[in-house]
Design a protein around this ligand. Structure first.
Ligand SMILES: [Zn+2]
Ligand SMILES: [Zn+2]
Length: 143
């Protein structure tokens, strides 16, 4: 097994295919459930309110937003700058990049792959994302 650095706590861990270590994975799942329960009763609460009421750290909430498990704001008010595109710095509502930059990265990746690798013989297996399965996106208030 390969030693990786956890994307959340920055500690080294034995790689398991996830970006974060097992402890953080569990913790974030628990945090997500807390937030989900709170938002069921308090629709579109603000991040500070959710953090205070559930005891979930802002860091966890931001991570869940970047993992696209939560969204913030609405179309007319895209997150109020809480979350910005890592490439063009435009405000976004979920994830790490805006749709435009995501597309650019995707097509750039496809081009570079196409340049070095010939057609794969068979379709690659779809990646199982167990922890994200069946998880509805939750909406937080922009401000
Ligand atoms: Zn960790
Ligand atoms: Zn962008």
């Amino acid at each position: 097994m390969e030693v990786k650095q956890c994307d959340f706590c920055r500690m080294p861990y034995q790689g398991t295919g996830n970006k974060i270590c097992g402890d953080c994975l569990l913790k974030l799942d628990e945090d997500f459930i807390e937030i989900r329960e709170y938002l069921w009763e308090h629709d579109r609460a603000g991040i500070d309110e959710v953090s205070e009421a559930t005891g979930v750290s802002r860091k966890s909430i931001m991570y869940l937003l970047k993992e696209e498990r939560l969204t913030v704001g609405d179309e007319s008010e895209p997150g109020s700058g809480i979350l910005t595109c890592e490439s063009c710095k435009r405000p976004i509502r979920t994830g790490r990049m805006c749709a435009g930059c995501k597309n650019e990265v995707m097509s750039a990746m496809q081009e570079s792959i196409g340049a070095v690798v010939s057609k794969p013989k068979r379709r690659p297996e779809p990646v199982e994302e167990e922890s994200f399965k069946g998880v509805a996106k939750l909406q937080l208030k922009g401000r």
